[in-house]
Write a new protein. Structure first.
Length: 233
């Protein structure tokens, strides 16, 4: 008697770790200019950022040690983000939230970079991870500027009008556009701006070259299949 056919699931759907993170980051960066000035809009942005946090933890699930460290670093940020969602915004609460979220985002960026660099063959998942990593780097630097501005205001040529100005400055710096409308004036801000611009240039020069040289289009377009029990066919 023949066993009934086992339904197969494309392994690409099971192993795709970075695509949800990429979608959430793009959605956040596209929505924040229109939602920031609205009271309910900021709540939506807070929820989006909280979801990005959880998605970042989810992307680490391949390695148990990396995952547990991510949970330890991400838990304080998640707790404070929930507190922020259900309480009145205050400068001290914003500062604590940024202080807890920056280490986790930095850790998520490093682990994502490590996973991409150690991959023997580059698939769509690594491509998604590289784009997500670039956006995550820009967002993390903007939060680092926010922490610096809370500790010692007056680091820029004009006072940032909230988080959107810092996001704008971060991505302009990382991509080395240099519009010149917002400038770092303190030594601390200039130091961070130098580090971010160098990071952005090295990312493009090294990581993108690595992805292009190792990308296997046949593997990316024809995913293997696995059974529901996890065995490959």
């Amino acid at each position: 008697m023949k066993n009934p056919p086992t339904r197969t699931i494309p392994s690409d759907l099971i192993q795709r770790r970075f695509f949800p993170l990429l979608v959430l980051l793009v959605l956040y960066l596209a929505a924040y200019p229109y939602l920031w000035d609205l009271t309910w809009g900021r709540r939506i942005l807070d929820i989006l950022l909280l979801t990005i946090l959880l998605s970042g933890v989810f992307s680490m699930r391949e390695n148990r040690t990396v995952f547990y460290v991510g949970v330890v670093l991400g838990t304080p940020a998640v707790i404070y983000w929930f507190v922020k969602l259900f309480s009145r915004e205050t400068p001290i609460l914003d500062f604590i939230t940024l202080t807890t979220i920056v280490p986790f985002f930095a850790y998520a960026a490093v682990t994502t970079l490590y996973r991409i660099l150690k991959a023997e063959k580059i698939t769509r998942d690594e491509i998604f991870g590289a784009v997500a990593l670039y956006l995550l780097m820009g967002l993390t630097w903007s939060m680092a500027y926010g922490v610096m501005e809370y500790i010692h205001p007056g680091n820029f040529s004009f006072k940032p009008d909230g988080f959107p100005d810092l996001i704008y400055f971060s991505f302009v710096t990382m991509t080395t556009l240099g519009y010149g409308d917002m400038l770092p004036v303190s030594n601390a801000a200039r130091s961070l701006a130098i580090l971010e611009s160098v990071t952005g240039v090295l990312f493009i020069a090294i990581l993108i070259a690595r992805l292009v040289s190792a990308f296997d289009p046949s593997r990316a377009s024809v995913p293997d299949t696995v059974t529901e029990s996890g065995d490959e066919e």
